[in-house]
Design a protein around this ligand. Structure first.
Ligand SMILES: CC(C)(COP(=O)(O)OP(=O)(O)OC[C@H]1O[C@@H](n2cnc3c(N)ncnc32)[C@H](O)[C@@H]1OP(=O)(O)O)[C@@H](O)C(=O)NCCC(=O)NCCS
Length: 200
């Protein structure tokens, strides 16, 4: 039976792999990237280093990490830490990259170089944000929902009650999932939507 537990450092190679295999609007990003690490460097691994207590791994029946939820309870502090620490060596490396396999890879590397903004949704009562990804084989079995509820509980334990997240407009499946999970659209920007939820 699939299992959810706190993320540990040994999960990281799997986390990078899952991040890439769900990177193309929820579908496999492998065909679109020369660099197999860029996606995980920005959208998955840093959360574990910043706030491991709100990061969780889903294991398949054989105990192999096959999905995760990562996030932060404090987007503004996370974004500052990204800009001032995590991204510093990555920028040095990716600044020299000039060959991209696709627009998706170009945009990810551009994002690494630019970094996140200030965390504007924090001002409006949505300080937390998250990323949730499952390999295809584990999708549609209730694990996404279980990961979300695990994340919600971890946030409530920190007395944080507002979450936002960004969804690529092409990822229609994820729109349906977040709506069922109780999120609603706060804003639509540049082909994607910001969803938000206030927990009790
Ligand atoms: C999106 C994702 C995390 C959802 O997880 P999941 O395990 O497939 O979803 P679950 O089986 O837990 O579904 C939970 C609920 O959402 C509903 N749901 C899931 N997808 C849905 C959809 N496309 N439309 C409507 N409802 C949907 C399910 O029916 C279920 O409802 P119920 O609780 O009433 O039975 C997962 O499919 C995934 O990792 N996709 C690829 C990566 C991705 O797109 N990540 C999000 C990027 S923003």
């Amino acid at each position: 039976m699939a299992l959810i537990r706190n993320m540990v450092a040994q999960d990281l190679p799997y986390v990078y792999d899952i991040a890439l295999k769900t990177a193309f609007a929820g579908l496999d990003g492998m065909p679109y990237y020369y660099d197999k690490w860029a996606v995980g460097h920005y959208y998955a691994a840093p959360y574990f280093f910043f706030e491991p207590e709100v990061c969780f791994t889903a294991l398949n029946d054989q105990g192999v990490p096959s999905g995760f939820i990562v996030g932060t309870s404090d987007t503004r502090s996370f974004n500052r830490w990204m800009q001032n620490e995590w991204l510093v060596p990555l920028r040095k490396f990716y600044d020299g990259v000039t060959e991209f396999k696709s627009d998706a890879e170009r945009n990810t590397i551009k994002q690494i170089i630019k970094g996140p903004g200030e965390g504007l949704w924090q001002n409006l009562g949505y300080p937390a944000h998250l990323h949730v990804d499952l390999l295809t084989i584990l999708q549609g079995k209730g694990l996404g929902k279980a990961l979300m509820h695990t994340f919600f509980s971890a946030l409530q334990a920190k007395d944080v009650h507002g979450i936002h997240l960004r969804v690529d407009g092409r990822n229609v499946k994820a729109y349906g999932f977040y709506e069922v999970m109780g999120f609603s659209i706060l804003e639509e920007v540049g082909g994607s939507a910001i969803f938000g939820i206030k927990l009790a």
